[in-house]
Design a protein around this ligand. Structure first.
Ligand code: SF4
Length: 391
């Protein structure tokens, strides 16, 4: 699919069948896998058990070769290898920052590429996962926002990012070896490229696989979905995924938010806050995270801080202050450290946790809002680039 082709609905809901041919078991729900196994000749009575066995090989042990699934009969393994693939995105580049942050550029079906970022901490680590190639939206502080949407990622391409990172971190258990209590990949944040709520079903299926107790087994409390404010889909996040919610909030007036997060023109601050007040899963133990990028002279005044407190009054919340991470051609500057501390102080005194996010991986352009797959840029026709640059 070239960037010039018009985006149609069926392109956005790419079937799980790998374009090259055989269906990919990675990303299928348990029900879909059962149907596929039956269609491939597995007796219906055995199908559920086979799903359980194959699921554990793929998502608990990290096996990619049917021949290694030793609790399945040899001829059955041969049949599986004939009819299915176990495919994850291909790592094109892997960069490691001075601070240990890792950025992977991975290639998916159709030759498109997306970025994934792994942020290690003392005894755990967070994987920032992408949900679209490019983005449906054009937030003006975000590098991804300058990249047109090419397509949604499939559930297999989303959970595949987690599997690729586990490969690199050597995090798959080894049969017979003592269980490793420390998880290097302990948290997932859907804060990479794309708006996850504009790819809801694939994101949901992928996160359910990540949470499945017989596979990767990540607690729902360790998964955070960040949205820029697709109001009608917000409550589904609680009802159908059950993970934590973060909001790309970033402004306290519609006038400013319309510029920073243009989806605000569709659902403004009042509508968004209303949806959050009635969010099914919000409580003091499951607070909503308000993400707030600190932009010099744009949204960082004392009045902004006070307005923010007023807007979210009564919502169990924490506010993540994100010092802006500049990218080539970015129209903003980061607020000064004093200004950020002052802002955090006003919020903290109002009773809200207001951690200031430490920029990670800046030296490899892996910090928040810096992701963009340059190769997609390369796909643009000369005419498009000329139209864009006027050159
Ligand atoms: S902040 Fe998120 S929704 Fe906005 S352009 Fe960037 S990736 Fe898209």
């Amino acid at each position: 699919m070239t960037a010039t082709a018009p985006i149609t609905q069926d392109m956005l809901t790419i079937p799980r069948k790998a374009p090259e041919g055989l269906p990919n078991l990675v990303g299928m729900t348990r029900d879909a896998m059962r149907e596929a196994l039956i269609a491939a000749g597995t007796p219906e009575k055995q199908a559920k058990m086979r799903v359980g066995q194959i699921w554990q090989w793929i998502y608990h042990w990290g096996v990619r070769d049917f021949a290694q699934m030793t609790n399945l009969a040899k001829d059955y393994r041969a049949m599986l290898a004939e009819k299915f693939v176990i495919s994850v995105p291909e790592v094109v580049t892997r960069q490691v920052s001075e601070d240990g942050t890792r950025k992977y550029l991975v290639r998916i079906a159709g030759g498109h590429e997306v970025e994934i970022v792994y942020i290690p901490e003392e005894d755990r680590g967070t994987l920032c996962v992408s949900s679209q190639v490019g983005c449906t939206l054009t937030c003006s502080f975000c590098h991804t926002g300058t990249q047109k949407l090419v397509r949604n990622l499939t559930a297999g391409e989303i959970i595949g990012q987690v599997m690729v990172a586990r490969d690199d971190l050597d995090e798959w258990p080894i049969p017979g070896a003592p269980k490793n209590e420390t998880r290097l990949l302990s948290n997932i944040v859907l804060m990479g490229m794309g708006e996850p709520l504009y790819n809801f079903e694939n994101v949901r299926d992928a996160m359910k696989i990540a949470m499945d107790p017989h596979g990767i087994q990540l607690s729902r409390r360790r998964i955070t979905l960040s949205t820029s404010g697709v109001v009608p889909e917000i409550s589904r996040t609680a009802e159908e995924i059950g993970c934590q919610l973060a909001i790309s909030f970033h402004a306290t007036t519609d006038e400013v938010r319309d510029k920073l997060v243009p989806i605000n023109k569709r659902w403004n601050i009042a509508e968004l806050v209303e949806a959050l007040r009635s969010y099914p899963k919000v409580s003091n133990s499951e607070r909503i995270t308000f993400e707030y990028v600190m932009l010099d002279g744009v949204n960082d005044s004392d009045d902004d801080a006070r307005r923010l407190i007023k807007l979210i009054d009564g919502i169990p919340a924490k506010i993540n202050l994100i010092p802006f991470n500049e990218w080539p051609g970015a129209p903003y500057k980061r607020s000064s450290n004093n200004r950020i501390r002052r802002f955090a102080d006003i919020i903290y005194k109002a009773g809200y946790a207001s951690p200031i996010r430490t920029p990670r991986g800046e030296d490899i352009m892996a910090a928040c809002g810096q992701l963009k797959s340059e190769t997609e840029r390369g796909r643009k026709t000369k005419a498009q680039i000329a139209a864009e640059t006027g050159l």
